[in-house]
Write a protein that binds this ligand. Structure first.
Ligand code: ZN
Length: 670
């Protein structure tokens, strides 16, 4: 990173909400020169980044200067000793805080415990909430940034090719303190996010109040669907209903478009007081037509409020990133432009039109825009779920029985007997109150937890299927914590990579029951591809919306509405209208994530890409059922960037080519 990038990143003076640095970049530069920096080296980088995070309350320039002089590790030996000491200390702190949170949340998470009201308070209590503040106050954060400065994603991806594992470990330590957000800014952000969450969580459509243009009710009276998830799932379920299903799908499609355009009458949301014809947008009370007010851009006001809160946080970064950079470069560790080109490669591939015409011939009608949710490629299993449940219930009457069987399951995947025992010794199995999850360890010396539902009669097939998924997470958590060379490299590049191993295990759940089930099929690949095609367009709309927001920071909610609709139509016209028709369609803007989890959507298709790429690599193994040696080798890479990790794993960047190649072969059969 050049000095100018750091200078630009300093908190602007005079902002009332965010205290700024009292050390100027030129003072920091001069100081690093006086200590022997020749420019562009680690010393300069460390001093500049530390200065950007320093506040009046930390001391004046004289204090800063003596802090730097006293604490800069000048030799490689000093630096290594400091690294080891910091690394050990962070592991102690993280491990203990994680265990404390885990123990406090047990009563609300385990089926075997009866939580008290106060347990729910403890379960939402975060013991480490003030840790960062404390580490800045006692200057451990500055000791870290001074000696282990931050590298940008671009630097990690390019310089990282030549880095030793030790250099990677040092660079990862440099990611720990890159911003200093005041409690007030954090609070405002949390408030904006929770208002968006509440808006989405209570946005229901009363399907029994919907009327067709000739006044018929197509849905049951008591059907209440949350937008957009339940609306979409209902639309998917209609594929099984033929002609009658199509009429319902068209109606749901109209409702979605009215939500996006905010022409939906406010009084029909969460209420069955009025009847509503979504196609012509007319409303009725006791059979008489009434005029109702539209929703007035509440959807877009919620997005704007979150944007404004994120803008405040932007001012607290030592590297000058905004919310887009925090999400992609720092969070997913893939730049938004790289994600964009990855998605575009698939969206503009010739395979899209070929799969579309396959769907058209199966449906026996011209495609409609909502056919982005076509779900007729689902593979059917040969064995019924109830007979699988009989098997899992008798095998796993309780969590202990599952725990005892884990070494056998690991051996069946190709782990050596001793490694299988080791893995099993690091994983505790518990009966979950809600659905399943895997809670990993944050330090060596602790175990990770596999939680799934086990009913009175034992573990049913659904619970077992989830248990095997979570077990994949636990294996990842154990390998890249216990088998890793540096603590700061423990983990995976981003959530896609932990989900990948979980899905690899989950797909082999029948194999682990000793059944001979296929690992993949043409239908599976077609289903994954069509799902990717849908969610990539949705993700682009989300990404382009945030670029637009930063280009138009003063926008009103009405302007944002127009912009989002325009963006959705543009993406539609380029990648969807050619196969699904209806130019100008705004459907891609319906996802609720756009409101309550900005920029999260790209994680889904990115995860599918990573998973498919690793699976197709494993498929090429001599015995694709004995995956353990490769799983061990690959997941020991730890927390590199996604592209560096994938290169270590399979020898190329993250890519959509494996699924496109596979599709070419499949489509040749039709
Ligand atoms: Zn998972």
């Amino acid at each position: 990173m050049c000095a100018s990038a750091l200078i630009a990143s300093c908190c602007p003076k005079g902002d009332s909400q965010q205290p700024s640095s009292n050390i100027s970049p030129s003072e920091a530069l001069a100081l690093s020169r006086s200590l022997g920096s020749e420019g562009g080296d680690l010393l300069e980088r460390g001093v500049l980044q530390t200065a950007a995070l320093w506040r009046e309350s930390d001391g004046d320039y004289v204090d800063f200067e003596s802090f730097v002089k006293d604490n800069y590790a000048a030799t490689p030996k000093e630096r290594r000793e400091l690294f080891e000491h910091l690394s050990h200390s962070f592991e102690l702190i993280n491990g203990a805080y994680n265990q404390l949170a885990l123990d406090l949340q047990k009563p609300s998470m385990l089926a075997s415990m009866e939580p008290l009201e106060s347990d729910y308070i403890f379960s939402s209590f975060s013991p480490s909430a003030h840790l960062d503040d404390d580490l800045f106050a006692n200057k451990i954060a500055f000791l870290t940034t001074l000696n282990f400065p931050h590298f940008t994603l671009e630097e990690k991806d390019s310089l990282g090719r030549e880095w030793s594992r030790e250099q990677w470990a040092y660079a990862r330590m440099g990611d720990m303190f890159t911003e200093r957000v005041s409690a007030e800014v954090n609070q405002q952000r949390a408030l904006a996010e929770s208002r968006a969450e509440n808006y989405i969580a209570s946005y229901n459509i009363m399907m029994g109040s919907l009327l067709s243009e000739d006044g018929r009710r197509l849905f049951p009276d008591d059907l209440c669907l949350l937008s957009h998830w339940n609306l979409r799932d209902e639309l998917k379920a209609c594929y099984a209903l033929g002609e009658q299903g199509l009429e319902k799908q068209e109606m749901i499609f109209s409702v979605m478009q009215r939500i996006i355009s905010q022409e939906i009458p406010a009084a029909v949301i969460n209420s069955s007081e009025y009847d509503w014809m979504p196609v012509s947008n007319r409303c009725f009370k006791d059979g008489k037509e009434v005029k109702l007010e539209r929703e007035k851009d509440e959807r877009y006001s919620r997005i704007l409020e979150v944007f404004h809160a994120y803008q405040q946080q932007d001012k607290c970064s030592s590297s000058g990133v905004n919310a887009i950079g925090r999400n992609f470069e720092e969070g997913m560790e893939v730049s938004d432009s790289k994600i964009e080109s990855l998605f575009k490669t698939l969206l503009s591939s010739p395979q899209v039109a070929q799969v579309a015409s396959l769907i058209e011939s199966r449906l026996g009608r011209p495609l409609r825009p909502f056919d982005i949710w076509y779900d007729g490629f689902k593979a059917r299993t040969a064995i019924s779920e109830s007979s699988l449940t009989d098997m899992t219930r008798s095998r796993y009457p309780d969590s202990d029985a599952y725990k005892k069987d884990m070494p056998r399951m690991f051996r069946a995947l190709g782990f050596s007997a001793s490694y299988a025992d080791f893995l099993a010794s690091k994983i505790e199995v518990e009966n979950a109150r809600g659905s399943g999850h895997a809670w990993g360890t944050a330090a060596r010396g602790y175990n990770s937890f596999l939680r799934t539902r086990i009913g009175e009669g034992g573990m049913d097939y659904k619970g077992y299927n989830i248990a095997v998924h979570e077990m994949g997470h636990n294996v990842e958590q154990t390998i890249d914590m216990y088998d890793i060379d540096y603590y700061t490299l423990a983990g995976v590049p981003n959530t896609a990579f932990t989900e990948t191993l979980a899905f690899i295990f989950q797909k082999r759940d029948l194999q682990l029951l000793g059944l001979d089930a296929p690992l993949d099929s043409d239908n599976m690949t077609l289903d994954i591809f069509w799902g990717m095609y849908e969610i990539m367009g949705v993700s682009l709309v989300d990404m382009y919306t945030w670029r637009w927001l930063y280009a138009h920071p003063q926008a009103s909610s009405a302007e944002l509405r127009e912009a989002v609709m325009g963006i959705a139509a543009e993406v539609w016209d380029e990648y969807y209208a050619p196969v699904l028709g209806q130019p100008g369609c705004t459907l891609l803007a319906v996802y609720s994530h756009m409101v309550n989890s900005p920029m999260y959507l790209p994680n889904y298709p990115y995860g599918h890409i990573v998973e498919y790429q690793i699976e197709s690599y494993l498929k090429g193994l001599e015995n694709p059922r004995l995956i353990a040696p490769e799983v061990l080798r690959i997941w020991k890479c730890g927390r590199l960037t996604p592209d560096r990790w994938m290169n270590e794993a399979v020898g190329s960047d993250v890519s959509v080519q494996p699924i496109l190649d596979e599709l070419t072969q499949i489509l040749a059969k039709y």
